[in-house]
Design a protein around this ligand. Structure first.
Ligand code: LM2
Ligand code: CA
Length: 478
C-alpha cells in the first residue's frame, strides 16, 4: 500500500480537479503519457448530492456508490482508466467514506438520480440506514480524538466504519474500482476515521488488476488525507503503518520559503530534518484543492497559480529535490471559494479548451500544461534515483544544486542578479534551459548553458525575469 506502482522512468502524479473522464482519457493520450506523467488523481467518482449553484465541494457529499457524477458515468470512467494505463498513466481515486451527504433541507437528489434522506440518515441507494452512523454531534475540539472521529465533520453524516455492513459496502466500492484498473486511492478525511477500522478495510482490499499491467499480488497504493501541522489530538504517526500520508507541512513550508518568509539556503536539508515524514511515506505538493482556496491547512503561506512566479519556483523545487511522492495541482480558475468548475447553462461541466500554444482556456488553469511545470516533470524523470550534490548558495536566497550527473537547477529569489560560475556536475557541452524555453530541433528557444570541461557553467538569472529558476538536464543537451 506504499507503492504507487508508477512506471520505472516516471515520478509524478497530477490532480485533474473536477475534470470529466472523457477529457482525461484524451489528456492521457495527447499530453500526460507523452510528457512522462506517472499518474492522475481524479475527483470523487461516486454519486454525490446536487447542491445549489453546484459548488466544487458537493462531490464530498456522497449519496451512493453508483459511479455517476458530473465527470461521467461508470463506462466512461472504465474507458478512461484503461486508456490512461495504456499510455503509462496510473489512476488514483479520491474516495470519500468517512461520511455521507449532510442535511439539505429535505430530500437530497444525487448526480445519478438517486434519492436520499439525510435528515433520517437514510441512503437507500447504498443502502445505509440510521444504524450505520454515529449519533450526531459536532466537532468542536480537535484535541479530542473521539470527537474528531465520531462526530460530524461540518455536519456531514458520520458513518461508523466499525460496523461490518459499512465495511462491506466500502470494500465493494473500492474493489469495484480496483477491477476497473485503478492503482490506488486518496482517502478523504482519514483523520476522522479510526486507524483500526482503516486497517481492516485496507487489509481486505483486492490486489490490483493484472489485466491492466500490474504485477501479481500488488496492493493498491493508499494515501491518507491526515492534516497534522502539529498541536492537535491526532497525529499523522497513527496512520503511517497503514499507507502514505498527505504531508501538509511541506505545502506550508515550501509556500512560506518561496514567498520570502524563509531563506532559500535553509532548504539544503529539506526533508525529515524539517519535521516531515520519511520520504517514502510522504505525498508532497505545493497546494491542493482545499488549501488553494483557504480550506484545509496552511493558510496564507500557501502558494497557488495566482502567484505564478513563486508558484513555478516552488513547484520546480518540489520536483527538483528528491523528497516524497510528488503531486501537481491542476485547477480551474476561481474568485469565490465555493465556486465550482466551469459549467454550461444546464450545469454540465465544460471541457477544457486547449489553445495553440498548448495552454488551457475556458476557465481551466491547467498548471500541468505550463512549460516550466511539465518540463520539470521531465527533469524529475531524467534525474530519478540520483542524489543532491554540490549544493551552492549565496548565504541567502540564491541556491543551486546538482542531481547526480544528470541534472542541475538554480533559483534566484533575491532582488538582484544571480551571475556566477557554478559546478553543474554535467558532462561538458551546451544545454537548453527548460524553464526559459525548450529544445526545438537542435536549437533552444530559451537560455543556452555552456558547461565547461571542469563541469562549471556561468549561471545567470535576473531578478525581473518571468521565472526565477534555471534547469538543465542530460535529456536536453544540444
Ligand atoms: C476533506 N478532507 O478531509 C476534503 O478534502 C474537503 O474538501 C472536504 O470538505 C471535507 N474533507 C469533507 O469531505 C469540503 C469543503 C466543505 C464542504 C464539504 C462538504 O471544504 O466546505 O462543506 O466539502 O461538501 C459544505 C459547507 C459547510 C456545510 C457542509 C454540509 O461548506 O458549511 O456544513 O457543506 O452541508 C454545514
Ligand atoms: Ca468519522
Amino acid at each position: 500500500q506504499f507503492d504507487p506502482h508508477q512506471l520505472p522512468d516516471r515520478s509524478t502524479m497530477v490532480h485533474l480537479f473536477e475534470w470529466k473522464w472523457d477529457d482525461i482519457a484524451l489528456e492521457c493520450e495527447n499530453f500526460l503519457g507523452p510528457k512522462g506523467f506517472a499518474g492522475i488523481q481524479v475527483s470523487p467518482v461516486n454519486e454525490n448530492v446536487i447542491a445549489p449553484k453546484r459548488p466544487w465541494w458537493e462531490r464530498y457529499q456522497p449519496i451512493s456508490f453508483i459511479l455517476t457524477t458530473r465527470s461521467g458515468n461508470e463506462q466512461q470512467f472504465a474507458n478512461m482508466v484503461k486508456r490512461c494505463n495504456k499510455v503509462g498513466v496510473r489512476t488514483y481515486v479520491d474516495v470519500v467514506f468517512n461520511h455521507m451527504a449532510a442535511k439539505q433541507g429535505g430530500q437530497a437528489v444525487g448526480t445519478g438520480g438517486s434519492r436520499a434522506y439525510p435528515e433520517n440518515k437514510d441512503y437507500p441507494a447504498v443502502p445505509f440506514t440510521n444504524a450505520d452512523f454515529h449519533p450526531s454531534c459536532g466537532i468542536q475540539d480537535y484535541n479530542d480524538a473521539y470527537q474528531v472521529r465520531n462526530c460530524e465533520l461540518v455536519a456531514l453524516r458520520d458513518l461508523n466504519q466499525t460496523i461490518p455492513h459499512v465495511q462491506n459496502k466500502i470494500l465493494e466500492f473500492l474493489d469495484r474500482l480496483v477491477d476497473l484498473g485503478v492503482a490506488g486511492f486518496r482517502v478523504d478525511a482519514a483523520k476522522h476515521m479510526w486507524p483500526n477500522d482503516l486497517r481492516v478495510i485496507y487489509g481486505s482490499l483486492k490486489n490490483l488488476n493484472t489485466a491492466h499491467g500490474f504485477p501479481p499480488n500488488s496492493k493498491p497504493f493508499i494515501v491518507q488525507e491526515v492534516i497534522d501541522l502539529g498541536g492537535e489530538g491526532i497525529k499523522r504517526d497513527e496512520y503511517v503503518d497503514l499507507g502514505a500520508i498527505t504531508e501538509f507541512k511541506v505545502s506550508a513550508a515550501i509556500g512560506k520559503a518561496f514567498r520570502g518568509g524563509d531563506d532559500l539556503k535553509n532548504l539544503k536539508n529539506w526533508g525529515e530534518q524539517w519535521g516531515f515524514l520519511e520520504s517514502s511515506k510522504a505525498l508532497v505538493f505545493v497546494d491542493n484543492h482545499d488549501n488553494q482556496r483557504g480550506h484545509g491547512a496552511g493558510g496564507a503561506d500557501i502558494l497557488t497559480y495566482k502567484q505564478s512566479k513563486p508558484y513555478k519556483m516552488a513547484t520546480a523545487f518540489n520536483l527538483g529535490f528528491p523528497f516524497g511522492i510528488t503531486r501537481i495541482m491542476s485547477s480551474f480558475s476561481f474568485d469565490d471559494t465555493d465556486q465550482g468548475p466551469p459549467k454550461d447553462s444546464s450545469g454540465n461541466i465544460k471541457s477544457p479548451v486547449i489553445q495553440k500554444d498548448g495552454s488551457c482556456d475556458a476557465g481551466w488553469v491547467c498548471e500541468h500544461r505550463w512549460r516550466q511545470i511539465y518540463n520539470m516533470v521531465e527533469f524529475q524523470n531524467q534525474v530519478k534515483g540520483t542524489e543532491v550534490g554540490n549544493w551552492w548558495d549565496n548565504g541567502k536566497n540564491q541556491i543551486a544544486f546538482c542531481r547526480g550527473n544528470a541534472g542541475f537547477i538554480a533559483f534566484n529569489l533575491e532582488s538582484f542578479d544571480l551571475n556566477q560560475d557554478i559546478q553543474t556536475c554535467l558532462p561538458a557541452g551546451t544545454y537548453c534551459d527548460v524553464i526559459s524555453g525548450d529544445k526545438v530541433g537542435s536549437n533552444c528557444s530559451g537560455k543556452k548553458v555552456l558547461v565547461g570541461n571542469d563541469g562549471k557553467a556561468r549561471i545567470i538569472i535576473g531578478p525581473n525575469e518571468d521565472d526565477g529558476v534555471l534547469a538543465i538536464h542530460k535529456g536536453k543537451k544540444l
